[in-house]
Design a protein around this ligand. Structure first.
Ligand SMILES: *[C@@H]1O[C@H](CO)[C@@H](O)[C@H](O)[C@H]1NC(C)=O
Ligand SMILES: *[C@@H]1O[C@H](CO)[C@@H](O)[C@H](O)[C@H]1NC(C)=O
Ligand SMILES: *[C@@H]1O[C@H](CO)[C@@H](O)[C@H](O)[C@H]1NC(C)=O
Ligand SMILES: *[C@@H]1O[C@H](CO)[C@@H](O)[C@H](O)[C@H]1NC(C)=O
Ligand SMILES: *[C@@H]1O[C@H](CO)[C@@H](O)[C@H](O)[C@H]1NC(C)=O
Ligand SMILES: *[C@@H]1O[C@H](CO)[C@@H](O)[C@H](O)[C@H]1NC(C)=O
Ligand SMILES: *[C@@H]1O[C@H](CO)[C@@H](O)[C@H](O)[C@H]1NC(C)=O
Ligand SMILES: *[C@@H]1O[C@H](CO)[C@@H](O)[C@H](O)[C@H]1NC(C)=O
Ligand SMILES: *[C@@H]1O[C@H](CO)[C@@H](O)[C@H](O)[C@H]1NC(C)=O
Ligand SMILES: *[C@@H]1O[C@H](CO)[C@@H](O)[C@H](O)[C@H]1NC(C)=O
Ligand SMILES: *[C@@H]1O[C@H](CO)[C@@H](O)[C@H](O)[C@H]1NC(C)=O
Ligand SMILES: *[C@@H]1O[C@H](CO)[C@@H](O)[C@H](O)[C@H]1NC(C)=O
Length: 758
């Protein structure tokens, strides 16, 4: 959300720090807001009742001045922590010493590739611990505008690296574990921090051929809305009890998201039961202003703020609310009830964070600098990178033979440091580039940067060939850097940029072992490298964070074994000519080859879920308990379940055997369902469960249990309803199926969840 428009917010935010109200001796001491025996709703209501109208309106923007006469401090609602505490208006790193850095994890796209929910929960717990420590030091607020949980629909999207990938089930499972880690469980007595699921909804375009996110109208079918664009948000709201949502810049079917009562009220608050008094919606930064222009949805600024507030946007990241709600009030476009509702939600959220409670009664107010960037956190940042890094090609060159002593490290990512953090990052304690890691492993390292990422011509780069010719093996680290002006900018091509492919080809002609590190957030078409037998290995390294170089080099050297899986499809370069970015539909048509592994009708270069190991695995899936099930009986057995889609179906045991004799390795079990059931066209297959086993020893086995629900088998109809259909079902274990099981559902199709109609 950092944009030219939002610079105003940044400027306004200067010197606004968190500080707690004095409930012992301050003016609020005897108010119910300070009474720990009252409910959050009672406490927040009592507080807001003390505000004048002008004080209320003044506190509707992200940089809230508080109410000085009541001893209510100023509060900055805007903190970022996409993969560690990140520079943002509310997060203030010190220049040096204590609080001058925090743990910097890989970007979500690489953590998504780990397919390890427990890892995500641990990472989120560290991030919230560090956030609390910064807050206690008056260097951060308690509300974090993370995660970005829009599915990565189109490979051109400039912000896809901020997400865990393209699959809705994967996003649901990931975000559940992330939110519970950030907030400290489902309904803790005190929230660790408040997380914010963004950008609701159907936001995945920055600026493509003049279609700009601030004014883009995403035309989305109810089927795609329910099945693809909002499933992660449903998990945030209904299942993980997230504290906040952010409405997006774009419109959905003609109505800007932040003025969209269908999205914010009918679906989010009513259908998903997001009704707690402390749950609030912020706008993306200046998205309220964008309703006026460039959406041109409301005729006046007063009507604009009224539309947003009345629809359920409680907080404005920006200044339109404080500037124009007074006019809207005078014109009777809003009323005090709605204004109070918004403020009560926000301050009830601060109540749940312990903001008004004595420090000594709370679990997180003692955290300090000793809890930031701990050895445990640093190890976790390294582990997250190792787990996500994905091996795409290997002819046996990796792991490197111990005979290799001299390495040439070449390319625009070979000595990458800050670059490894991608975007939305803070100050890391250290940044280990591949070059530094190779030196630490005692290789003799020869370095030459070679071409830049986008160097267009074919200069000779003699220094690079000089070091390459002296080395036992060559590591070329390049690819893309989608975060260079990523936000507010999409890509037009998905091939290896500039002169890099030609340069790699020339390097390969030296006939030395050559390993290509394809870095950056999205996928680019590797088909120029795959058939070249002199390109011995390809590794996708994403944005691996503070220990990224160490993780990459440990995998290359054989100190760690790769087991990441692509969380996105690697499409061929023609894809960008086959469908405009603005076409939101997932299913194939005459003008759309289909989107994601579920619907793409072409042949991917590497498919979703692809990833090699240093060993071979065989994996078997246990048989279902029956060959056939009756839909009505399955549903009847769920009587009393709060949500039918979450009602258990069957649990399957997966037995994973490492059949190799040399390398222990993790293994990710991916379970898909395919078959003829539900509306046509049928998807290729759909991910329904996954789990990561750790350290399967050579010639040994481990098992895991994959749990399916009725929702795993259901599909969406034209109205967006979730329906269990009779038909044929086949379970496929792994992308090139290691094991399959089939069964039949009989009886009548039954709706598990009715989707609200607009
Ligand atoms: C927090 O920091 C701000 C800005 O430096 C300062 O004005 C305020 O007094 C600090 N509050 C506390 C409680 O230290
Ligand atoms: C709160 O109430 C106590 C007891 O009645 C009184 O002594 C104190 O002055 C009051 N404090 C404030 C801020 O009104
Ligand atoms: C509200 O904000 C305006 C603009 O910053 C300021 O002039 C005014 O004094 C504030 N009102 C109150 C009651 O704090
Ligand atoms: C709203 O109306 C009141 C009463 O007429 C006036 O004092 C105030 O300035 C108006 N506020 C705005 C923002 O126009
Ligand atoms: C306040 O405004 C909302 C939204 O327009 C409306 O639904 C509600 O009835 C109004 N309440 C009162 C008390 O006027
Ligand atoms: C914070 O650090 C202190 C001192 O090392 C330690 O005792 C405590 O367990 C840590 N708390 C957390 C939540 O890590
Ligand atoms: C690698 O990057 C680091 C950090 O930017 C820099 O200090 C170092 O000089 C670079 N190494 C080489 C060989 O360029
Ligand atoms: C590299 O060499 C140094 C000095 O001989 C030694 O202390 C260190 O343990 C070696 N590191 C590795 C990873 O072998
Ligand atoms: C995996 O199995 C294949 C086929 O048997 C074999 O060629 C290959 O060497 C094995 N790879 C490893 C890493 O064990
Ligand atoms: C909806 O949420 C409320 C409050 O969290 C809860 O009491 C209720 O059980 C939920 N409804 C369902 C159907 O789970
Ligand atoms: C898993 O498969 C291996 C290899 O077939 C077999 O030896 C082992 O007994 C199986 N383990 C379980 C728990 O079924
Ligand atoms: C499946 O459910 C069982 C029993 O609740 C649980 O132990 C197991 O961890 C679940 N499997 C996964 C992959 O979450």
């Amino acid at each position: 959300m950092t944009t030219l428009l939002a610079l105003a917010c940044l400027a306004l935010a200067t010197n606004v720090y968190a500080a707690f109200p004095d409930c012992a001796n301050g003016p609020l001491a005897n108010n119910t807001v300070c009474d720990t025996s009252a409910t959050p709703l009672e406490r927040a209501t009592a507080l807001i009742s003390l505000f004048t109208l002008e004080e209320k309106i003044n506190n509707t923007g992200n940089t809230a001045p508080g109410v000085p006469r009541l001893g209510l401090p100023a509060y900055q609602w805007w903190q970022e922590a996409l993969h560690g505490l990140a520079d943002s208006p509310g997060v203030i790193f010190s220049e040096s010493g204590e609080f001058s850095y925090a743990t910097s994890f890989p970007q979500p796209i690489l953590m998504g590739a780990a397919f390890d929910d427990a890892l995500i929960n641990s990472v989120a717990t560290v991030v919230s611990t560090e956030g609390r420590a910064f807050n206690n030091a008056n260097r951060s607020g308690l509300d974090f505008w993370t995660p970005n949980i829009n599915p990565f629909r189109d490979p051109r999207w400039g912000r896809g690296q901020e997400t865990p990938g393209e699959d809705p089930f994967h996003l649901q499972s990931y975000v559940y574990n992330l939110i519970t880690g950030l907030q400290g469980g489902l309904d803790p007595a005190y929230k660790r921090v408040v997380a914010t699921c963004k950008h609701y909804a159907a936001y995945d375009l920055e600026n493509w051929m003049g279609n700009v996110r601030y004014g883009f109208d995403a035309l989305v079918s109810l089927q795609d809305l329910s099945e693809f664009y909002t499933r992660s948000f449903q998990t945030c709201a209904r299942d993980a009890n997230v504290g906040a949502f952010m409405c997006s810049y774009n419109a959905v079917n003609g109505v800007p998201s932040c003025a969209n009562s269908y999205l914010l009220q009918d679906i989010l608050r009513e259908h998903w039961n997001w009704t707690n008094e402390d749950q609030w919606v912020t706008s993306d930064c200046d998205a309220v202003q964008n309703i006026y222009e460039p959406h041109y949805y409301a005729p006046t600024r007063a009507q604009t703020v009224a539309d947003a507030l009345n629809a359920g946007t409680d907080l404005d990241c920006g200044t339109y609310y404080p500037d124009f709600l007074g006019v809207a009030y005078n014109e009777s476009l809003i009323n005090v009830t709605t204004l109070n509702r918004a403020l009560i939600r926000q301050y009830a959220s601060l109540v749940k964070l312990g903001y008004f409670d004595p420090a000594e009664n709370q679990p997180y107010r003692q955290l300090g600098w000793e809890n930031v960037s701990t050895p445990y956190a640093e190890q976790l940042a390294y582990t997250a990178a190792v787990e996500g890094i994905t091996l795409l090609k290997n002819d046996g060159t990796l792991p490197l033979s111990k005979d290799i002593k001299t390495l040439a490290l070449i390319g625009p990512w070979a000595n990458a440091t800050t670059q490894m953090q991608g975007n939305y990052y803070g100050v890391a304690p250290y940044l280990i580039s591949p070059l530094m890691a190779a030196e630490a492993l005692n290789y003799t390292v020869l370095y030459s940067s070679g071409p830049g990422i986008d160097d267009p011509t074919t200069p000779t780069y003699p220094a690079a060939f000089e070091v390459a010719s002296q080395a036992d093996a060559i590591i070329y680290a390049g690819g893309i850097d989608t975060t260079v002006e990523a936000e507010a900018m999409d890509r037009y091509t998905i091939d290896w940029p500039g002169v890099q492919p030609d340069f790699i080809d020339l390097l390969s002609q030296l006939g030395k072992p050559l390993i290509v590190l394809q870095m950056g957030g999205g996928q680019i078409d590797d088909s120029c490298l795959i058939p070249n037998t002199n390109v011995n290995a390809i590794i996708w390294g994403g944005y691996p964070g503070q220990s990224g170089g160490a993780a990459l080099m440990d995998i290359i050297a054989g100190n760690a074994a790769p087991a990441g899986r692509l969380p996105i499809t690697q499409y061929p370069i023609e894809y960008v000519n086959e469908v405009p970015m603005t076409d939101m539909s997932l299913r194939p048509s005459a003008t759309n080859p289909g989107r994601t592994y579920m619907w793409y009708t072409g042949t991917p270069i590497f498919e979703f879920g692809y990833g090699l190991h240093y060993t071979n695995f065989s994996a078997t899936l246990s048989a279902p308990s029956a060959a056939s099930y009756d839909v009505q009986s399955l549903v009847a057995a769920c009587a009393g379940a709060a949500y039918l889609d979450l009602c258990p179906f069957e649990a399957y045991t997966v037995n994973v055997t490492n059949t190799g004799s040399t390398h222990a390795s993790d293994y990710v079990s991916l379970l898909f369902v395919a078959g003829e059931h539900g509306p046509t066209p049928y998807p290729n297959k759909v991910l329904v469960a996954y789990d990561r086993l750790h350290g399967v020893e050579p010639l040994s086995s481990q098992t895991t249990t994959l749990n399916l629900t009725l929702g795993s088998l259901a599909r969406r109809d034209d109205y967006g309803n979730t329906v269990l259909y009779p038909g044929e079902y086949t379970l496929l274990l792994d992308v090139e199926p290691q094991s399959t099981q089939s069964f039949t559902l009989t009886g009548e199709s039954t709706v598990l969840d009715y989707w609200p109609q607009p």
